[in-house]
Design a protein around this ligand. Structure first.
Ligand code: MTE
Length: 299
């Protein structure tokens, strides 16, 4: 699999969708464990996508660039035991188990809109904990300004990390510390009442609902607090197209396509496009984080 940044287009997305429809819904990889999450006032009241849609139309390039590749190939990922290293500018660096960071009893249900930079969207009922609760366990030092995240690096388990993929693995993402501490930002360990399926980023992934989906990094093994803006995978690959902030913004187009509208997965080919909302519909909660910033320059 040789990835070129120009492979990522809404047209490619549309074609993969047709493959998906033709293939029918495949089975999901995650075990049903009857997890529950406390309801949260932060959920949308929009109807969630089906479990089949959420688990069979994925971006997880560690398993291939096709939308059904993650469902097909992520079974090779061993998600237990798993630990997350928290280091950098924290008072209590260390390796933490997933159950330490996101105990089942603490899980909240967060039904969030997900808007991909490729101009499709879904609604997903996540189970997770606020990232702030995790960062507070580690204790950010006063000078910390950013949080950097890394996905597992293991080509034996992640076939897409083999040589020649074009990406400088591991997948990396980052947030400003105030974005990371925002109540909407969660680490998810489940969805639809079950343990997170591998294709959705098991055992623990970030979810930042007001940013394009590529910020929501999957299968996290390291969280590093730093005073410098960290390099991030898509920005390293094509900085003129993908920025550090990546806030959903219908007024700032991608250089190769409009971001004004989106296609809701599951709406059917005749379902029509919906208008994309500023900050993906979360403007009331997050616009204040960016007051005074030129969002066309900081895309
Ligand atoms: N995380 C890793 N490690 N690798 C990826 O390729 N893709 C991102 C994001 N997180 C990606 C990732 C993109 S582009 C999107 S849209 C979301 O995951 C998709 O999440 P989902 O498959 O659970 O819907």
């Amino acid at each position: 699999m040789k990835l070129k940044w120009s492979d990522v287009t809404p047209e490619a997305d549309y074609l993969s969708r047709r493959v998906f429809l033709a293939a029918g819904a495949a089975s999901i990889a995650g075990p049903a464990l009857g997890l529950t999450g406390k309801p949260s006032g932060l959920s949308t009241d929009e109807k969630p996508n089906s479990l089949e849609e959420i688990t069979n139309y994925n971006n997880f390039y560690e398993f291939g660039t096709g939308k059904t590749d993650p469902a097909q190939f992520s079974g090779s990922l061993k998600t237990s035991p798993w630990s997350v290293r928290i280091d950098g500018m924290v008072e209590r660096p260390g390796s933490y188990g997933v159950e330490d960071l996101a105990p089942d009893a603490a899980l909240e249900e967060r039904i969030y809109r997900l808007r991909c930079v490729e101009a499709w969207s879904m609604v997903i009922p996540w189970l997770g904990v606020p990232l702030s609760s995790v960062l507070n366990k580690a204790g950010p030092q006063p000078g910390a300004k950013y949080v950097a995240f890394q996905t597992l690096l293991d080509p034996d388990q992640m076939r897409g990390q083999g040589r020649g993929s074009g990406i400088d693995w591991p997948y990396r993402e980052g947030l400003r510390l105030d974005e990371a501490m925002h109540p909407l930002t969660i680490l998810a360990t489940g969805l639809y009442g079950q343990v997170l399926p591998n294709q959705n980023g098991a055992p623990i992934r970030l979810v930042v609902p007001w940013k394009y989906g590529f910020k929501s990094i999957k299968s996290i093994v390291a969280i590093t607090l730093t005073d410098k803006q960290p390099p991030t995978t898509w920005q390293m690959l094509q900085p003129s197209e993908y920025g550090f902030y990546a806030n959903v913004n219908p007024q700032v187009d991608h250089p190769r396509w409009s971001q004004a509208t989106e296609r809701r997965i599951g709406a059917g080919l005749l379902g029509g496009r919906e208008e994309t909302l500023m900050f993906n519909g979360y403007a009331d909660q997050v616009a204040g984080l960016y007051s005074g910033m030129d969002l066309a320059r900081h895309y």
